[in-house]
Design a protein around this ligand. Structure first.
Ligand code: FCB
Length: 428
């Protein structure tokens, strides 16, 4: 059965940050620091999904999706990131999973969508190799409670974005600007992924995936310098996270003068077979030769295409290009793909024709890729609800359903009705 779903993440929708024993996450800390997010927005309340989840499941049922990708907040399960589980945190996810199953919706939880317990950040976060082991212990706790009902698991969300934005550039939590010195964060997340796969398998998990943010990389010109820079960017954004998982090797990083602490056996752990690759696609990236900011490339931006409200270029064919490119690069080593996020921010109207055009174009590109022989098994729209869009706070609206953040009123947009009829033409 092809999975059609919507995707969300814990910190972006749950709110209830001090309830039922939840610990502090790096996003609580970061969003409360002056100047970190637009207008100082925080996820303190967000969509209040922690209390309103039955209404949100009803919205999914109304949409006609058969799957839901959400994330589990590590600090709800282990408030300080290690040690004893907090039963009330697990109870919440159990209620959610049971509610989804009752509605005939397949739960697809992600174990880490960027909300690291602050107590682990105080020990270095993902710069510290120990975090990999702690992550696996957390995975075991969650799987122990839910794996009788959850069949599909995603370990990490977008380890590239978490490394680059959180530790490289400092625009996301934990707000460190280490540039290429952030590279150990890649290895420690991937090691955490591999150790979590072992824990999930030991609990009987049927399907385990990782979700990577992938982008087709376009050189700014045909010049040698632009092509070399595009290659460097492709290495850091795409291959650094796909190669070790799928091939058991790291791409050559020696040109960047940074070493990762890769120990004997690590790559065997990281490359344990997966049942699928989660791919998040938003847009291609156009790259030119470096300037002198310490990075081996320059992001040139893409012109000549429509843009979303966020200013991101709308390039539906990039999804086909990406999928065919992954198949060509990895061949038989590529497991089935799930598009675990795709969607756009748009003006805050109910008649969101831009979003309909975005989704229509991307679903056509998906069909093309499948017709070209790429094995895709699922597609999840980002997002069900308007939510806390990280550094942009509530200013970027990605929802099929509008949220009024003063009243928490949810109102389905035109794209919701459009998607419903696209998913089940006879029902509408
Ligand atoms: C992705 C994130 C997701 C959301 C979308 C717009 O990078 O995984 O949480 O913010 O971007």
């Amino acid at each position: 059965m092809f999975l059609w779903g919507t995707a969300t993440a814990a910190y972006q929708i749950e709110g209830a940050v001090a309830e039922d024993g939840r610990g502090v996450s790096i996003w609580d800390t970061f969003s409360h620091e002056p100047g970190r997010t637009r207008d100082g927005h925080t996820g303190d309340v967000a969509c209040d999904h922690y209390h309103r989840w039955p209404e949100d499941i009803a919205l999914m049922s109304g949409l006609g999706v058969n799957a839901y990708r959400f994330s589990i907040a590590w600090p709800r399960v282990q408030p300080t990131g290690t040690g004893e589980a907090n039963p009330k945190g697990l109870d919440f996810y159990e209620r959610l999973v049971d509610g989804l199953l009752d509605a005939g919706i397949t739960p697809a939880p992600t174990l880490f969508h960027w909300d690291l317990p602050q107590a682990l950040q105080d020990r270095g976060g993902w710069m510290n190799r120990d975090t990999s082991q702690f992550f696996a212990e957390y995975a075991a706790i969650v799987a122990d409670r839910l794996s009788d009902r959850v069949k599909m698991w995603i370990t990490l969300n977008e380890p590239f974005i978490h490394m680059a934005y959180g530790y490289g550039l400092g625009v996301h939590a934990p707000g460190q600007a280490l540039l290429l010195d952030a590279l150990p964060v890649a290895h420690h997340q991937l090691l955490g992924h591999g150790l979590a796969v072992q824990a999930l398998r030991a609990s009987g998990a049927e399907q385990v995936l990782i979700t990577n943010n992938c982008t087709p990389v376009w050189p700014g010109s045909d010049s040698e310098a632009d092509r070399a820079a595009a290659d460097a960017y492709d290495t850091l954004h795409n291959r650094l996270f796909n190669d070790p998982v799928l091939l058991g090797t790291y791409p050559d990083l020696s040109a960047y003068g940074v070493e990762m602490d890769v120990r004997d056996g690590d790559l065997d752990v990281i490359s344990a077979p997966l049942d699928g690759l989660g791919v998040n696609y938003y847009n291609p990236t156009r790259i030119g030769a470096p300037t002198d900011d310490g990075l081996p490339f320059t992001d040139l931006g893409i012109t000549g295409y429509p843009t979303t409200a966020f200013g991101w270029p709308v390039v539906p064919d990039g999804l086909r290009e990406l999928l065919v490119g992954l198949r060509d690069r990895y061949g038989a080593a590529l497991p089935p793909i799930h598009i675990t996020e795709n969607g756009c921010s748009a003006k805050d109207t109910l008649d969101d024709q831009d979003r309909i055009a975005f989704l229509d174009g991307h679903l056509a590109a998906l069909d093309q890729a499948r017709a070209d022989g790429v094995d895709v098994r699922g597609y999840f729209v980002w997002s069900l609800l308007d939510n806390f869009e990280w550094a942009e706070g509530y200013h970027q609206r990605f929802g099929l359903v509008q949220v009024d953040f003063d009243t928490q009123r949810r109102t389905p947009r035109a794209s919701y009705a459009w998607l419903r009829s696209r998913l089940s033409p006879d029902a509408s």
